[in-house]
Design a protein around this ligand. Structure first.
Ligand SMILES: [Zn+2]
Ligand SMILES: [Zn+2]
Length: 232
């Protein structure tokens, strides 16, 4: 390992056990519980290649789910950490984790990554959208385009502690497609006929991703998959 002045001034500690050296030490990394068998995004039962079961499919619903590991232990701590301070080391650990497990999933070929948006107020407060940073890293790693094309127009309350039905209600109507560019040279991505992958850090009930999928499919997206580091 090469130590820089930055490492000296701001020593990296494991987010889980606080040992010095890196943001996730070997011990804690080995405790990550990988998802051995892909699951359906709707019922979360085992599903071949992560594809939505035929019986779970709906017209505007998710077509599949990619998740690397369980939302527990060191991963839970690392995700809590990146919500407040983004560190590229952790982002790289997460993208590598997804990359190493991608063979298990039966994804469409030409993909466009779409990050799950944060409400502008929260984005302003936090300074970044962790889903977007993750999507950017993934786009670079897999050489696929990214389209930050959705906005969250309703500041929804936290999904934590809500039952599945209430989670769906809580996010209903919260997302729309962005119609105007933020910068002059920005081209708004057209989702029509595209195979989209929605990117977020954690997939829990899937209510947020399902709501985003509905908006994208109504706008003409061909398929919409969900991709997250961890399954909650
Ligand atoms: Zn550790
Ligand atoms: Zn299912």
């Amino acid at each position: 390992m090469v130590f820089s002045l930055l490492d000296f001034l701001f020593p990296k500690r494991c987010v889980s056990c606080h040992q010095l050296g890196g943001y996730l030490c070997e011990d804690c990394f080995s405790k990550i519980e990988l998802i051995e068998k892909p699951v359906c995004p709707v019922c979360q039962r085992q599903a071949f290649g992560g594809k939505t079961h035929p019986g779970c499919r709906t017209q505007f619903g998710l077509d599949g789910l990619v998740v690397a590991c369980r939302y527990q232990g060191p991963v839970k701590k690392a995700i809590a950490k990146i919500k407040y301070k983004w560190t590229y080391d952790i982002a790289n650990i997460f993208t590598d984790l997804i990359g190493a497990n991608l063979w298990k999933f039966d994804l469409p070929k030409d993909l466009t990554l779409v990050p799950v948006p944060l409400h502008s107020k929260r984005l302003y407060w936090r300074g970044f959208n962790q889903a977007r940073v993750l999507a950017e890293r993934l786009a670079k790693k897999f050489n696929v385009p990214i389209a930050d094309t959705m906005i969250r127009i309703i500041e929804t309350k936290s999904q934590v502690g809500l039952k599945k039905d209430d989670r769906h209600k809580n996010v209903r109507g919260a997302f729309v497609l962005r119609l105007a560019p933020l910068a002059q040279d920005e081209i708004i991505a057209d989702v029509r006929g595209k195979d989209i992958i929605l990117v977020d850090d954690v997939f829990t009930s899937g209510a947020t991703m399902a709501e985003c999928a509905k908006v994208l499919k109504r706008a003409g997206a061909k398929t919409v998959w969900a991709m997250a580091v961890a399954l909650g």
